[in-house]
Write a protein that binds this ligand. Sequence first.
Ligand code: PDD
Length: 288
Amino acid sequence: MPRIVYVNGRYLPEHQATISIFDRGFLFADAVYEVSAVLNNRLIENRNHLRRLHRSLDELAMDSPLTDPEIVAVQEELIRRNELREGVVYLQISRGAADRDFVFPTGAQPTMVAFTQVKPLLSSPQAEEGISVITTPDIRWGRPDIKTVGLLASSMAKMQALQAGADDALLVDSEGYITEGSACNAYIVTTDNTIVTRHLSQAILPGITRSSILELAREAGLSIEERPFSVSEALAAREAFVTGSAAFVLPVVKIDNRQLNRGRPGPLTTRLRKLYTERALREAGERD
Ligand code: PDD
């Protein structure tokens, strides 16, 4: 059975779905996106994803072609048609197709595409064993807080990591502080068991998983600091981890060839992953 995808109001087998070569998402990366997790055929944290989608659209003065209930109906229809139990729904809105010009077009019809991807969320080798990361300069554009599809710098960082035999990259600003991962938020746990993650600003994406993890950590009485942390602080940390909708919480067991917690996922990271997974499963179990 071919995957069924959504493009501008139609559900089509993926090989039949097309958009214009003049689409501004294609020519200018003039498009925003969201990735929502799916567990037990149910969307996780989707309300928060839609809220961030609107923030991204507003920052770029872009319109949504659909209302929120209509977007949810598309996401749910894709889950249904593709029988997706565990994975993600990707959703992208571009400013639409118009003759190539740096000026935003007036009257272009926004393009919306969406598709499902099967992914293991609850258990995976990376979740059990942890991941290794390198650090590399953050060369992304100046507004990574807007979730645009301009992801080449992140893709290059990930490739650099793979070529170095690592799984992912942590991005470092010009002052030596870690901003976030190539497609995830980054955290360390200091030797006095404080969770440290970069504060929200234009330098990082305000992660949906980040917000929930900080809430769960607070509820559990854990100590949290939202501030910049340097590469040397990360190398001296007790534990490290990353979060994202498609990863939940992944332990980081090696940074630039330096092992953390003797190369094993740390206890605090394991606890937070469990808390987040339990919350997601509760949401997946809820019926309207
Ligand atoms: N990435 N930071 C960046 C740069 C990201 O691209 C992502 C998500 C996150 C985590 O955000 P959230 O918890 O809302 O997923 C942080 C998605 C999953 C992706 O591009 O595939």
